[in-house]
Write a protein that binds this ligand. Structure first.
Ligand code: GLU
Length: 569
């Protein structure tokens, strides 16, 4: 019953996601770029170039990743930026990995009924997004400051130069950028300041090719460049941010200056596991990224995938079944570890995953799928998202950063503050605080961080050396995009650009969604013959970025479904 309700919700939400997405583009493999020096892969060429510029100046992978995050705030404002949060996974060439959680945080006054109306019913999703209720205290600036303190080489202010230049001198509105403005007018125009930047007087998005500037954002970035992260969180700046959010929040209990001032980026223990002879490391809770990636990989490991390919229905069937099992656990157990005890070691334990994998049959679909551990009450449904940007950097010393940054949905909450969009990350919480009389793990609580799907990952080879930095945008599909790319890279030995281009099948429960317009549509009858009752083709919000370390040097790639590219030092 619960699973069925979730499927229905997922389907309708997937459809909602389609309505706000650019039409799917060809999934033909792009030509990979190959370089010997450091490299940056990002969803926007201007942002990748910003990172590469910092590498050329002698910056570390961390420096370049921060510059990329800042540049994305300017040129891909619909997806990520300093008004949102992110997760940073940094490793050296030999596998010493650090992870920093810069996830947005709920105001201290937030209670489990945050998203309920006066009758105790969940607010309509869009209504919740388009208000201060959805805005968490942004984490990216604190994350960047902490990462820079630990792993930066250049001066902090130098990292801001490319983004400030873009904001001041301008950047060209791309087709994809305009498409987002067109499809998300309600959010993109909610704030007058944003409307004035991106739309004409008649409410139409400015034409493709327009040179856009954002002088207010340039000033904000200059302040943070000069005064550090306190120019975001402390004093009048922090107070102004809280006031802007409070003004937009239909409740008395709201974000305060203290919430902003007290924000901390947190070091979290990296979550690492093995897949065949490889080590895969990523972001633990409050992200469900690494546990879900490792769970799917762990269940797939007993099958000889090297004998299968992207055109094998059996592969996609096994992949769908492993996803169902992994997402059942994710739904039940993953939330902010400062509030809920998340059984990470058990969830990625090899024996446990071998047992879960034993539930998968190559010739038949499992009728129902339940979580495998019985520890915490079930979680709520989660809508898909279309914000977010992943970027991967490897510097010439072999240090790597895999960083996923987000403002959640397209243009976040739609509230623009000091030239950047404020996130709607709090809608990643479960709106429903209780299910079957039990508290939901991912319910809203004061000071809590909403569960994420973001899965910035690093992969180390049999010799312990870095082979891949990879991650993706696309809400709940993120762990699947990352897992699929890792399998294609390791088992099928595809160059990373082709591994990213392999289509996606997403099956978080008993509905199988295949990427619309991809070769997987032809496999629908085969999948149905294996017992998958509902197999549907939808446009999925897919956007993976990666850099691979190969015997020919670094090879980076963006997703052919996006404008992403890799740029060398
Ligand atoms: N807010 C989402 C998360 O943290 C990501 C949004 C997206 O990728 O579209 O899981």
């Amino acid at each position: 019953m619960l699973l069925r309700a979730f499927t229905t919700a997922l389907l309708s939400l997937s459809l909602a996601a389609c309505a706000t997405l650019p039409a799917p583009q060809s999934t033909a493999a792009p030509t990979p770029t190959r370089f010997e020096a450091g490299m940056v892969s990002a969803a926007d060429p201007r942002a990748a170039e910003a990172g590469a510029e910092i590498l050329r100046k002698g910056g570390s992978a961390t420096d370049a990743a921060i510059a990329t995050m800042l540049a994305l705030t300017v040129v891909e404002p619909q997806s990520s930026g300093i008004g949102g949060g992110g997760f940073y996974v940094r490793g050296n060439a030999d596998g010493m990995v650090d992870t920093i959680d810069g996830r947005e945080t709920a105001p201290a006054l937030a209670k489990p009924d945050w998203f309920l109306d006066s009758d105790g019913k969940p607010l309509p999703f869009r209504e919740a997004v388009a208000s201060g209720l959805s805005i968490g205290v942004p984490g990216n600036v604190a994350l960047a400051a902490e990462a820079h303190r630990r792993h930066g080489k250049l001066a902090w202010r130098d990292l801001f130069a490319p983004a400030i230049r873009l904001a001041r001198q301008g950047w060209i509105l791309s087709e994809r950028g305009r498409d987002f403005l067109l499809r998300n007018k309600a959010t993109g125009m909610r704030d007058k300041a944003a409307a004035a930047l991106f739309y004409d007087a008649g409410g139409e998005p400015l034409p493709v090719g327009t040179k856009l500037t954002n002088p207010v954002l340039a000033e904000t970035l200059e302040r943070i460049a000069e005064r550090g992260s306190q120019a975001f969180y402390n004093g009048q700046d922090g107070a102004d941010l809280a006031i802007a959010v409070a003004r937009d929040t239909p409740r008395k209990a709201t974000m305060t200056e203290a919430d902003v001032m007290n924000y901390k980026a947190r070091y979290r223990k990296p979550v690492c596991g093995t897949y065949r002879a490889y080590k895969v490391c990523g972001m633990g809770p409050p992200s469900s990224g690494a546990t879900t990636v490792l769970s799917i990989l762990g269940m797939m490991e007993r099958f000889d995938l090297s004998q299968m390919s992207a055109s094998s229905p059996t592969f996609w069937h096994l992949f769908a079944e492993a996803q169902r099992l992994a997402y059942a656990d994710r739904e039940r157990f993953l939330a902010d570890p400062d509030f809920v005890s998340v059984p990470v070691p058990q969830l990625i334990d090899r024996d446990y995953l071998a047992h879960r994998s034993g539930l998968i049959r190559a010739d038949k679909t499992a009728e129902t799928v339940e979580p495998g551990l019985d520890l915490i009450p079930p979680d709520g449904d989660e809508p898909p998202e279309n914000g977010t940007s992943h970027f991967a950097v490897v510097d010439r010393d072999g240090n790597a950063v895999s960083y996923t940054s987000t403002i959640e949905g397209p243009f976040g909450s739609g509230l623009m503050h000091d030239g950047f969009f404020l996130n709607n990350e709090l809608t990643d919480f479960s709106f429903v605080p209780e299910k079957d009389g039990l508290p939901v793990a991912n319910r809203v609580e004061g000071g809590k961080r909403p569960r994420s799907s973001m899965a910035p990952s690093l992969v180390y080879g049999p010799d312990g050396k870095l082979v891949l930095a990879v991650g993706a945008a696309g809400g709940g599909t993120i762990p699947v995009q990352v897992t699929k790319s890792i399998i294609a890279f390791i088992d099928w030995k595809l160059p990373i650009a082709e591994a990213i281009a392999v289509p996606v099948l997403y099956s978080p429960d008993d509905t199988v969604i295949v990427e619309k317009g991809s070769a997987l549509e032809a496999l629908i009858p085969g999948l149905k013959a294996l017992g998958h009752a509902r197999v549907v083709a939808y446009s999925l919000p897919l956007k993976t970025n990666a850099v691979a370390v190969t015997s020919q040097g670094l090879i980076g790639a963006g997703d052919p479904r996006s404008e992403g590219v890799a740029v060398s030092q």
